[in-house]
Design a protein around this ligand. Structure first.
Ligand code: AMP
Ligand code: ZN
Length: 465
């Protein structure tokens, strides 16, 4: 079965057919590093992670690029206010972003270019656009003339008529020939950090970096471009105009957009101030994987209302899965898998893939996983399972977990960080007088050769040699 994806360009579900049969090239708009990335942003980054992992599950090789926006208006004004250079100001938030990505098990894209390190590529793009008559200059800034690009509006459906005022939503404050046009290169002002260029001293407009960097690393035409829905217009519309205006070739075949994380009916956003960071959730004692499961459990094109209750429920669901895996790990009796277990596993596996192929229906895919947990647990209550049953069930779980990555599967050795997380979970369980869980964790660690020593200064651990 092919994967079907909803393409914003055609407004329909389409079979996904990459340019090269076994390889996918994908670009996702990355974070603007002027603050800690909030969990609304992470909803989009997790949906993109699930997409990339499912493409790998389907057997494709993947080259994924995600930019780091480290130059734009807010960065420049915040850095100036703190008397820091752009790189000193942004590096702290970039590092925090990588830490949060690790905690949320978001796989690192193969290529993560910074905007400030690709100014030459951006200038080359502006030069190509200038040669083809798509640009004009006004008061030291260079603009893209939308009327020079017939296809403008194809992605977002925005109307390009004389009366339309949509260009005014573009955040730049510079004067333009026409409010619909957007800036490619902003002329230097005040003390702002700037670069020399054939278009005068200045800095890039925000849209430029994604066109320049995606085409540099993925080619002039590539397979998938993702982002949150707020980026469809003007950002992605402008990316198409810049790229296709310069190359005369189609830019991207599949545009895939995720819906927002909302809080009490409003988009979670930095500007509204109604946001939480991952750090806020960790301070409240939540497990990052619970957030990962919550954010990936609703179909990416449906809005998701954030509640702490939702995080707690996701945490319990992970625990149910992990308890089940511990129970399976205890099966030692040798023997072949029984027909009934094979049937349950086949049904779960077919359900999982059919759901994911259907435009990444993650809620239905997870329902297949938890239905299997319920059915196998029921079976286990009334009869013994053997090693064939165990391997068949764990085989399915391992595959599903390559996409969702929230369960603790048996591994050869635990990483230090995982041990610390389990010790923390055990301490919390003990604090809540949940001794069943705390003993389970101690026993599981013991089986893996990790010995715990509880002392006055907390719990210490060592590997048994
Ligand atoms: P930004 O750092 O603001 O450029 O956003 C990074 C990514 O997060 C973009 O793909 C946005 O579309 C996405 N995004 C921003 N706010 C939300 C939200 N509340 N829910 C989901 N995605 C969001
Ligand atoms: Zn972008």
């Amino acid at each position: 079965m092919p994967l079907r994806l909803y393409n914003t360009l055609s407004n329909t579900l389409e079979d996904f057919i990459p340019i090269h049969s076994d390889e996918v090239k994908m670009y996702t708009c990355g974070p603007t590093v002027y603050h800690y990335v909030h969990i609304g942003n992470f909803r989009t980054f997790i949906f993109q992670d699930i997409l990339r992992r499912y493409l790998v599950y389907k057997g494709y090789r993947i080259t994924h690029a995600m930019n780091i926006t480290d130059v734009e208006d807010k960065i420049i004004s915040n850095a100036r206010a703190q008397g820091l250079s752009i790189s000193d100001y942004t590096r702290k938030y970039e590092d925090a972003f990588f830490e949060d990505m690790n905690a949320l098990r978001i796989q690192r894209p193969e290529i993560m270019p910074r905007a400030t390190e690709h100014i030459d590529e951006m200038l080359d793009l502006v030069s190509s656009l200038q040669e083809k008559g798509h640009t004009y200059e006004r008061e030291g800034s260079t603009y893209f003339r939308i009327s020079s690009f017939d296809q403008y509006g194809r992605l977002s459906g925005v109307q390009v008529d004389e009366e339309s005022t949509f260009g005014q939503v573009d955040e730049d404050e510079y004067s333009k020939e026409n409010p619909r046009d957007f800036v490619l290169w902003k002329g230097h002002r005040d003390e702002e950090e700037s670069w020399d260029s054939p278009f005068g001293e200045g800095r890039p407009g925000w849209h430029l970096e994604c066109s320049a960097m995606s085409m540099k690393y993925l080619g002039e035409t590539f397979d998938i471009h993702c982002g949150g829905v707020d980026l469809v217009f003007p950002h992605h519309e402008n990316e198409i105009a810049q790229s296709e205006g310069a190359t005369g070739k189609p830019f991207v075949n599949y545009w895939v957009h995720g819906a927002h994380l909302i809080v009490e009916g409003q988009k979670m956003s930095k500007s509204l101030g109604n946001f939480y960071t991952l750090r806020d959730l960790l301070d409240k004692g939540y497990n990052p994987l619970a957030l990962r499961l919550l954010l990936s459990s609703v179909h990416y094109r449906k809005q998701l209302n954030f509640t702490f209750d939702g995080v707690s429920q996701a945490q319990s669901a992970i625990q149910r899965g992990n308890d089940f895996l511990l129970r399976m790990g205890e099966v030692t009796e040798d023997g072949p898998a029984s027909a009934v277990v094979e049937r349950i596993v086949e049904k779960a596996s077919a359900g999982f893939e059919a759901a994911m192929d259907d435009d990444l229906n993650t809620s239905a895919a997870l329902a297949s996983v938890f239905e299997l947990v319920r059915e196998i647990n029921t079976l286990f209550d009334s009869q013994n399972l053997n090693s064939g049953d165990r391997d068949s069930v764990l085989g399915f779980f391992k595959k599903a977990n390559t996409v969702f990555d929230v369960f603790n599967l048996e591994k050869e050795a635990l990483e230090d960080q995982e041990i610390l997380e389990l010790i923390e979970e055990r301490n919390k369980a003990r604090g809540n007088k949940d001794f069943k869980r705390s003993d389970e964790i101690r026993d599981m660690l013991q089986k893996k050769g990790i010995v715990l020593e509880d002392g006055k200064e907390g719990t210490r651990w060592k590997r048994r040699i």
